[in-house]
Design a binder for this molecule. Structure first.
Ligand code: GLV
Ligand code: MN
Ligand code: MN
Length: 413
């Protein structure tokens, strides 16, 4: 094989172009799954796949597969991919680098005359972000069977629109049960992603290789108090849903900061109230709480603390509550041999590499239940992510794509 020529200008152009397909005013990126912008983004990426000669297929939940056929169709393919859906107020690199980067890696391998023995498959996962349905990694959860089909079918967005209704809008065909992947249907899965943390940049290291992904969980709390006139309802005996929610959010912070582990993180990222009028006591509130740790035991301890705090706060404030565990996931342990393969590739390319833990979750969390996995991280500016000033340089992205291309080549030959 000739040396690989990664075209970083072409890739950067594609990243910039995709970033303009957004529900928000650029530079803010927002593509909630199956929104009009997301559908245009999906079409944009599918078109690039066709241009690269990849064979496209979509499953019943809208996961997109783009395959470069290998010479031996009996061998399980090697897979790589990520997501292009983006949360409100997002940047342009989260997920996107691991999708467009795969297409660029494949094009460079094709140009170098590489002939894969195993097929190489790009997967663009549906709803890695939890924005629409409140649960992350929808596509890969269904792949792995971690999310039962009945539970997925019951998912609704804030307006009560069901997953099935959204699947229709997204043009998905077939039964949700067909999304499940047989174990070891892939030889390996390697996801390229920006680090979303500050370590690689601070230590001036080009590549991270992921050994473990921290365990995420999500709680949803609904609160019903008693509303009324802000002037005429005197303070004693008020049953303010917002104030109960505020105390719960503080309990989340307390639970996350008192585990004794610096790895526990707790966030109340959604807090909505009704009626939302300045002169009206809030009668309803909804909270969505994100709690994670690298250690399940510590995470679960903090989760239980929050779950004990909610009834205590609500009882004291005369507010009714509903509480639901949306997801309580195990961490993922990556495959030691795959990690070693990435380390060796970095050695051959003379790129400094560091083994690391991913604190963010990724579809790799669930692909790890299907086949051996790891992730390739590249540095990003100050570790910023989930914000519009998220940034990795063309050179940093090129390094990641180069490592990915060589890794895929090793795994597919
Ligand atoms: C992924 O977007 C995460 O929240 O970790
Ligand atoms: Mn994200
Ligand atoms: Mn991501």
């Amino acid at each position: 094989m000739q040396p690989l020529a990664i075209n970083e200008q072409r890739l950067q152009r594609q990243i910039d172009e995709l970033a303009l397909i957004t529900e928000a005013e650029p530079p803010v990126v927002m593509r909630v799954i199956f929104s009009e912008a997301d559908m245009r983004g999906r079409a944009f990426v599918k078109n690039l796949c066709r241009e690269a000669g990849l064979v496209l297929r979509e499953d019943a939940v809208g996961n997109i597969f783009a395959r470069w056929e290998g010479s031996d169709k009996n061998l399980p393919p090697v897979a790589s991919g990520s997501h292009i859906d983006a949360i409100p107020n997002a940047g342009k690199y989260d997920g996107v680098v691991g999708v467009l980067g795969v297409i660029e890696a494949i094009r460079a391998l094709q140009q170098a005359g590489f002939q894969p023995k195993r097929s190489i498959e790009l997967i663009i996962f549906t709803s890695e972000e939890p924005t629409r349905f409140g649960i992350g990694c929808l596509g890969s959860r269904l792949f792995s069977g971690v999310l039962p089909v009945a539970k997925a079918a019951a998912l609704k967005d804030r307006d009560g629109k069901t997953l099935d209704e959204w699947r229709k809008i997204g043009g998905c065909k077939g039964d949700l049960s067909s999304v499940l992947l047989p174990k070891d249907c892939y030889a390996a899965f390697v996801e390229l992603h920006i680090e979303q943390g500050p370590i690689l940049e601070a230590e001036n290291i080009d590549i991270g290789v992921v050994e473990k992904i921290a365990a995420p969980s999500t709680l949803r709390v609904g609160l019903t108090g008693v509303g009324g006139h802000a002037g005429a309802t005197l303070m004693p005996g008020r049953r303010d849903a917002l104030l109960a929610g505020a105390e719960i959010a503080l309990a989340v912070e307390r639970a996350a900061t008192t585990t004794g582990s610096p790895d526990t993180v707790g966030t109340t990222g959604v807090f909505r109230i009704e009626p939302g009028a300045v002169n009206s006591v809030p009668c309803r509130a909804w909270l969505e709480i994100d709690l994670r740790d690298t250690l399940v035991k510590t995470r679960d301890g903090a989760l239980e603390k929050i779950e004990r705090a909610v009834p205590e706060i609500c009882k004291r404030r005369g507010v009714e509550f509903q509480m639901e565990r949306v997801n309580v996931d195990a961490p993922a342990i990556c495959d030691a041999a795959l990690v070693q393969t990435v380390v060796e590739v970095c050695g051959e390319l003379k790129l400094p590499v560091k083994k690391m833990i991913s604190r963010a979750y990724h579809d790799t969390l669930f692909m790890a239940q299907v086949c051996p996995t790891t992730m390739i991280f590249i540095p990003c500016f100050k570790g910023y992510s989930h914000r519009p000033d998220e940034y990795s340089s063309p050179e940093q992205i090129k390094n990641g794509v180069t490592v990915l291309a060589h890794t895929l080549a090793k795994l597919a030959e």
